[in-house]
Design a protein around this ligand. Structure first.
Ligand code: JB2
Length: 243
């Protein structure tokens, strides 16, 4: 089998579910396995075999898997994703882009390697997406934007035209970065923030309207969540117990 059609997903959590779904939708990979130190080797995740921990990477490469993808998400820190990327490189793997078939990516956009573009995300003409970046579900990267390597534009976030991030930037869910604004490397933009001016490197920017929610964090969360009439219909990944 062509080694480019054999893919290892590194990390078998929630983000892996989105990546796996998109990878299958692309109809490009004939075999997909997962490495994850916390999932039993030989078990299945969404119908995909878990090969073992990352120590298996060299062995998998020798066995004819040529492609690897970092399927651990990055919430605020990109450290783990970088370490895993290095491990996979050292083992000899190449990195495909995984783009959900529902995403709209302009043919005039430029993308690097190892990028994830999730369901219904939009990457418009002239945008440039750096290696290993995540453009998550429903995010919009407008014309002329630049997204740095290892940066993550989270669910529903909007990068307006010609805005830019440096490397390893996290733009939280539903945040909006206004036209032409630049976010310096390693900075974090809080969910729902509206960024009207440049943000320097290594900064944290949170502005979510200052609205207070009464009882936002009930003490008996389990009771509040599961004690109602809500029932799980099915346990899709074997981790969630039906109640
Ligand atoms: O060193 C590692 C390692 N450390 C943790 N190697 C490998 N191969 N896997 C590792 N993991 C695994 O990453 C954990 O055992 C776990 O299975 C997975 C992390 O799963 P979790 O669901 O906690 O996070 P995620 O990174 O898949 O998703 C986060 O980021 C997404 C972008 C979540 O916050 C999601 O909600 C978010 N959409």
């Amino acid at each position: 089998m062509d080694k480019k059609k054999r893919l290892v997903l590194i990390g078998g959590g929630g983000h892996c579910g989105s990546v796996l779904d998109a990878a299958r939708g692309m109809n490009r990979f004939e075999e997909i396995v997962i490495t994850d130190p916390d999932i039993e080797a030989g078990s299945e995740y969404m119908g995909c075999r878990v090969a073992g921990a990352d120590e298996m990477l060299s062995r998998l490469f020798q066995d004819g898997f040529g492609m690897a993808f970092i399927s651990v998400g990055s919430i605020t820190s990109t450290r783990l994703r970088k370490e895993l990327c290095q491990k996979a490189k050292e083992a000899g793997f190449d990195f495909p882009n995984i783009i959900d078939p529902s995403a709209e990516v302009s043919e005039y956009a430029m993308v690097g390697k190892g990028i994830f573009i999730g369901k219904n995300a939009v990457v418009n003409a002239g945008a440039r997406i750096g290696d290993m970046a995540i453009i998550n579900t429903g995010a919009v990267v407008e014309h002329g934007c630049r997204i740095g390597a290892f940066s993550h534009v989270s669910v529903g976030a909007v990068m307006c035209g010609d805005s830019k991030t440096g490397d390893s930037v996290f733009v939280g869910a539903n945040a909006t970065v206004i036209q032409g604004v630049r976010i310096g490397m390693n900075s974090i933009i809080g969910a729902g923030s509206v960024v009207l001016k440049d943000v320097g490197p290594d900064s944290m920017f949170y502005r979510s309207g200052g609205v207070k929610f009464k009882n936002a964090f009930p003490t008996d969360m389990e009771q509040w969540f599961w004690g109602s009439s809500v029932k799980l219909l099915r346990s899709w990944d074997g981790r969630m117990e039906a109640c």
